[in-house]
Write a protein that binds this ligand. Structure first.
Ligand code: 0A1
Ligand code: ZN
Length: 876
């Protein structure tokens, strides 16, 4: 493979030719599928006459080619590794090609491939070029007419986008279905599925009274696992009508579950294709978290029908245009139908752990990158989640009503077009009358801004001066950063009253909870008429994706934990308090000094445990200690062992001191109602299971007995999996082994449950985790060509902080070995898997050297562009 070249945003030009209509015929065959394409092409009005036609095409065997019906001679076109070029073409013409491809050899899972006995496609971002010669770019939008031909016995179901318009029998036991999609779309939204599938069907009446057929297609054994996805889909359809005024636009909406899929799911027009893990649920096989994930992903893909499909991206640099907006929409939906505060806490804790780490590492990039080698590497937390945070800030800046007007304007102005992030933000600026020029920097500047805040209360003047200073650290290719426009939502909590004080700034009264705008490097805000000294509650609800430092004392934090009116910041105060205690313990561990538990944390927990809250979901979050990964994020240099030991010490100290309180909470939340993935039940289960984690952490007789009982009761997967995890992660193999064995035997037939079984064992802190990975790689249920299995086993192990970072380097070596194998089989998954190694700079010198050595070893291979790009950045 030759050295891959970067593509730059600044080089964007409209395509020389566009396709107005695309006719496709697939003759399906595992090793030799024939694809006939007839493209209706015309010169782009902004481009000159006489330019060559260039079509993308990879791994295609050209069988025939004709222009306006005339077969082209070999000197009339040129084939390269990347595609096909015809030097001279008329202003408008028909191009017919026929190619052969081999779905069964397609292990990259991009283009047309096999998953078990079925055929399916994945075309985003650039998979369509592995199906036929085409201008494979999102700004070429065409209507599609697709005929799928296949063996009637093994492939009874033949699906594509839009509506079925014709079907029939053919000689030799074959049959066909023709599909027409009336909505012009880029080829990345094309989809085809063929297989022995069964459907579950339902109906939805849209807001204008149109009747839509909803289908979920699965393999027979999964027929009992679609209810929740169907219910979620209907909820999402209604929500998008009520919240954004968006109605579905075809008569048929289909979801298909496939076992081999690189990502979660894909929003192909009218035919969403899902990783089976993102759609199938059953109380016995899926946890509450999985139920909620499915609901969110079904909604996400459905919402793309407007934010992505009707209005799409001009080029892949604009990826966050559709993804940031759609993630924001799915987060809002999940918040509306579940516990809103818990949704925000979960999203933010994940964001601050994983996106902050990405933003601080060698692959950091802006939400709108300005260059890339492989777009497949840019389906990142920055594009998705930071993009969503930016949209959330916009919503908060302009207010919901103006935001909704801006959204309506965006959908009507750009319907059927491929547009840019400016187009979106301009609609918001127009609808609100606000100037968003400085705000646009959020899209172009990488790195996590830090705000250093400090404040002073002046008794004599009854004033509180808050000083905010912002800086964004340098990131690769961006050394100088400008000041961003950062909305900081805040309250000042009176130390006497425990209540939010009335805010007066520059003579203006702002209520008790307000947003101040930080636009300069440093700004001072003087709040007047304050009768008591406050503790500031800053960046409420995580009002901007920043790190906010404030020199809180532990007393301040305990005070906020008890009094802050903002639920999110109350939780955050608890996290900050725990982090301060953990800092001391990490230091003690490193220095070999005896560890002493901070009583303020114990007191805070006691208050929480005995408080009479009705919000169990939030309480469960409050009782959850920051994860090892999040603690690591806060440390200047990551000491995995000290972090693990310190966190374990806190957990056990709390469990010893507050054993009765945890036990009472556990018992108060036992239930034997029949399982439903509903907010109240989920909240009670989380709280109960958090309590059980503490009880089991000290492994006393009662904790063990309760955990075993919960495991054996087999009430639902949430409880069973939690108990199995606690047993497996305990220090006692006599607890772990029989439970793992029973579970593995019971669920050997269910790949999604086996994924959980793999993950649980390789994330255990005991020293044999790595040996288990090696052993399990030979397990019959494991497969290197199935991305879910790779994530469940190898990916999960790489998150096992103490064992992946073993000092003998064996964890790194194992990961690199897998990356090297996957580099050929599935470059997209290989590139993602490298991530933990790219973070070498965060570790001690010994580990740094070991990690870099593995990166070098990967670099010495013949690399796919995906892996090449990541490794080069990591070693730059
Ligand atoms: N657009 C999808 C994500 C997706 C991206 C790439 C894929 O294959 C390479 C698959 C799915 C989404 O946001 O859900
Ligand atoms: Zn998406």
């Amino acid at each position: 493979m030759s050295t891959p070249q970067a593509i730059h945003l600044s080089d964007y030009r409209p395509p020389a030719y566009r396709v107005t209509h695309t006719e496709l015929t697939f003759e399906l065959d595992p090793s030799a599928t024939r694809v006939k394409a007839r493209l209706h092409l015309e010169r782009h009005p902004e481009r000159e006459a006489g330019e060559a036609l260039e079509l993308d095409g990879e791994q295609l065997t050209l069988k025939s080619i004709a222009l306006d019906g005339q077969v082209l001679g070999e000197d009339e076109y040129r084939l390269t590794e990347q595609g096909l070029r015809i030097e001279s073409v008329p202003a408008s013409f028909l191009l017919d090609t026929e190619v052969e491809i081999s779905p069964e050899e397609n292990t990259a899972l991009e283009g047309l491939y096999r998953s078990g006995g079925m055929f399916c496609t994945q075309c985003e971002a650039e998979g369509f070029r592995r199906i036929t010669f085409y201008p494979d770019r999102p700004d070429v939008m065409a209507t599609f007419s697709t005929t799928v031909v296949g063996d009637a016995a093994s492939l009874p179901v033949l699906l594509s986008n839009g509506n079925p318009v014709e079907r029939g029998e053919l000689p030799n036991g074959r049959h066909f279905v023709t599909w027409e999609d009336p909505h012009p779309k880029p080829c990345y939204l094309f989809a085809l599925v063929a297989g022995d599938l069964n459907k579950v069907e339902d109906r939805f009446t849209t807001m204008s009274g149109r009747d839509v057929t909803l289908q979920i297609w699965v393999e027979e054994e999964n027929l009992g696992k679609t209810d929740h996805a169907m219910a979620s889909l209907k909820r999402a359809m209604r929500w998008d009508e009520e919240t954004y005024g968006r109605e579905y636009d075809l008569d048929l909406f289909m979801i298909v579950a496939v076992n081999d899929f690189n990502m979660g799911a894909m929003e192909n027009k009218g035919l969403n294709i899902f990783n089976s893990a993102a759609v199938l649920t059953h109380p016995d096989t899926a946890t509450d978290a999985a139920f909620q994930r499915v609901e969110g992903i079904v909604a996400h893909e459905y919402f793309h029908n407007w934010s992505g499909n009707r209005v799409t991206c001009r080029d892949w640099f604009q990826l966050s245009l559709k993804e940031g907006f759609t993630v924001f929409r799915d987060q809002s939906f999940s918040a509306d139908v579940n516990s809103a505060p818990v949704k925000r806490i979960e999203d933010v804790s994940f964001f601050r752990t994983a996106q902050f780490a990405e933003d601080a590492g060698p692959t950091a990039h802006p939400v709108r990158p300005d260059h890339y080698i492989e777009i497949g590497n840019f389906y990142t937390l920055t594009i998705y989640e930071k993009g969503a945070e930016i949209v959330r800030m916009l919503r908060n800046l302009v207010g919901w009503e103006a935001f909704r007007r801006g959204s309506d304007l965006y959908f009507s102005r750009f319907d059927g077009q491929a547009v840019t992030i400016e187009d979106f933000v301009t609609c918001m600026a127009e609808a609100s009358g606000q100037n968003l020029d400085q705000f646009m920097l959020w899209y172009s500047q990488a790195g996590t801004p830090e705000i250093d805040a400090h404040g002073e209360y002046d008794y004599a003047r009854a004033e509180y001066r808050l000083i905010l200073r912002q800086r964004t650290p340098a990131t690769p290719g961006q050394s100088d950063k400008q000041a961003l426009h950062i909305p900081v939502r805040l309250g000042l909590v009176g130390t006497k009253s425990g209540r939010d004080l009335a805010l007066t700034l520059d003579g203006e009264s702002l209520g008790r909870d307000a947003v101040i705008h930080l636009r300069e490097d440093e700004q001072e805000f003087v709040f007047t008429d304050l009768a008591e000294a406050p503790v500031p509650s800053l960046a409420r609800g995580f009002s901007a994706p920043v790190k906010l430092n404030f020199p809180y004392s532990r007393e301040d934090l305990a005070f906020l934990l008890a009094n802050d009116s903002d639920g999110f910041n109350r939780w955050d105060a608890g996290q900050r308090l725990a982090l301060l205690a953990l800092d001391d313990l990490i230091a003690a561990h490193r220095n070999g000094v005896e560890k002493v538990m901070d009583n303020r944390v114990v007191d805070a927990f006691r208050t929480l445990l005995t408080s009479d809250t009705d919000d169990k979901a939030v309480l469960a979050e409050m009782l959850t200690l920051p994860s090892e990964a999040y603690i690591a994020e806060q440390q200047p240099l990551v000491d995995v062992d000290a972090i693990h030991a310190a966190r374990q010490f806190v957990k056990q100290s709390l469990a010893v001191t507050l054993r009765d309180e945890f036990l009472a909470v556990y018992q108060a939340n036992l239930d034997d109602v029949s399982y439903a993935p509903e907010p109240d039940q989920i909240a009670a289960r989380s709280l109960k299971n958090v309590a059980l984690s503490y009880l089991m952490s000290i492994e006393d007789e009662e904790g063990v007995a309760l955990t075993q009982r919960q495991f054996e009761a087999e009430h639902n997967m949430t409880d069973v999996r939690h108990a199995l995890t606690l047993l497996t992660h305990s220090s006692r193999d006599d607890l772990a082994d029989p439970a793992l064995k029973a579970f593995g035997q019971k669920w050997a037939h269910d790949p999604l449950v086996m994924d959980q079984w793999f993950s649980i064992q390789v994330s255990r802190p005991q020293a044999d985790a790595l040996e288990r990975v090696k052993f399990l790689m030979d397990h019959p249920a494991f497969s290197l060509t199935n991305p879910n299995k790779v994530r469940a086993l190898i990916g999960a192990f790489a998150q096992n902080r103490v064992n992946f970072h073993r000092l003998d380097g064996e964890g790194y070596k194992l990961l690199a070995d897998v990356v090297i194998k996957l580099n050929r089989l599935n470059p997209e998954i290989a590139a993602r898997l490298i991530t933990p190694l790219t973070r070498w700079a965060r570790y001690d010198e010994t580990r740094q050297e070991l990690m870099k050595a593995e990166l070098e070893r990967i670099r010495a291979e013949d690399l796919s562009p995906n892996v090449y790009e990541v490794v080069e950045k990591a070693l730059a």
